[in-house]
Design a binder for this molecule. Structure first.
Ligand code: GUN
Length: 281
């Protein structure tokens, strides 16, 4: 079987177009732009690229971005003071603190300082908890993007065996919750899982979010499966997924490429959460 490649760039562009219309309608009604504050601390080159892409996407979607760059040595107090000010700022609907933060800063304390109403990454305990309970909330962006990518294939999620490899708070755990909400039968595998291959071979939907270059090989994939590759592993200046694409595309029914699959969708979902936060304010 030769897979259909799921074009995340094309789907993200379509969704960004819809968000732009919502952002313009918000401005017409409320007399101000939707606003996103983007906070970057330190010199991580990958983070700088991600932040630049997020700011450019805001501009294109008629969302005003406010950029705050701190040096590596910034104190935790300086970051939390900024967050306190942004929480009160009525022009700011969303606050994004790019991760990872410098090692001396307690990431958890910083993320918990963001008002849950402005937590457009969906990382705050209140949003993560509400997601688990099935309540209205701002859900994590990458898992939301993965759900949209799966839906775009026309394959129904309900009743399917879905396997998520990875249990991070940012991707694995919220991904499992969203798949469960869509009535999949969900298995979460991780570094301590025994006989992973026997589990992945049963996956009609396989989401790889382990952070290890080409960890999922062709022999681990069920014929015709939908394979979503969340990996962004940089090696020698090139980007690799968590899935061996060349092997997987022979087995899978649908597969996301890296780059051009999940990455653009994460940004589109960030913009969607930001407009939703503005409309809710
Ligand atoms: N670092 C890597 N991915 C993300 C993300 O989705 N949001 C934030 N804030 N930081 C990240």
């Amino acid at each position: 079987m030769n897979s259909k490649i799921i074009d995340g760039k094309e789907l993200a562009a379509k969704i960004r177009g819809e968000i732009k219309l919502r952002a313009e309608a918000f401005k017409a009604k409320r007399g101000r732009s939707v606003g996103l504050a983007v906070v970057l601390a330190g010199d991580d080159p990958a983070s700088k690229i991600y932040v630049r892409n997020k700011i450019a996407a805001c501009e294109e979607a008629s969302i005003r971005s406010y950029s705050y760059d701190f040096p590596e040595e910034v104190s935790e107090d300086a970051v939390t003071e900024l967050i306190d000010a942004l929480n009160k700022d009525t022009n700011v609907d969303g606050i994004l603190v790019q991760l990872p933060l410098p090692k001396h800063i307690n990431e958890k304390c910083v993320l918990e300082r963001i008002s849950p109403c402005k937590d457009v990454d969906g990382f705050h305990a209140v949003n993560a908890g509400n997601l688990l309970l099935g309540n209205k909330c701002l859900a994590a962006c990458t898992p939301q993007g993965c759900i949209e990518l799966i839906r775009s294939t026309g394959v129904t999620i309900e009743g399917k065996n879905a396997v998520v490899i990875g249990r991070s708070n940012i991707v694995g755990k919220p991904m499992a919750v969203l798949l469960l909400q869509n009535n999949a039968t969900v298995t979460v595998a991780h570094s301590k899982t025994v006989d992973l291959k026997s589990i992945t071979l049963r996956a009609d939907i396989l989401v790889a979010a382990v952070g290890i270059k080409e960890f999922v090989t062709g022999d681990m994939i069920k014929s015709g499966a939908v394979v979503i590759d969340v990996g962004m592993n940089r090696h020698d200046g090139k980007l690799y997924g968590d899935v061996n694409f060349e092997e997987a595309k022979i087995k899978a029914g649908f597969i996301t490429p890296v780059p051009g699959g999940v990455g653009p969708m994460t940004i589109a979902m960030l913009l969607r959460n930001t407009v939703t936060a503005a409309e809710n304010a």
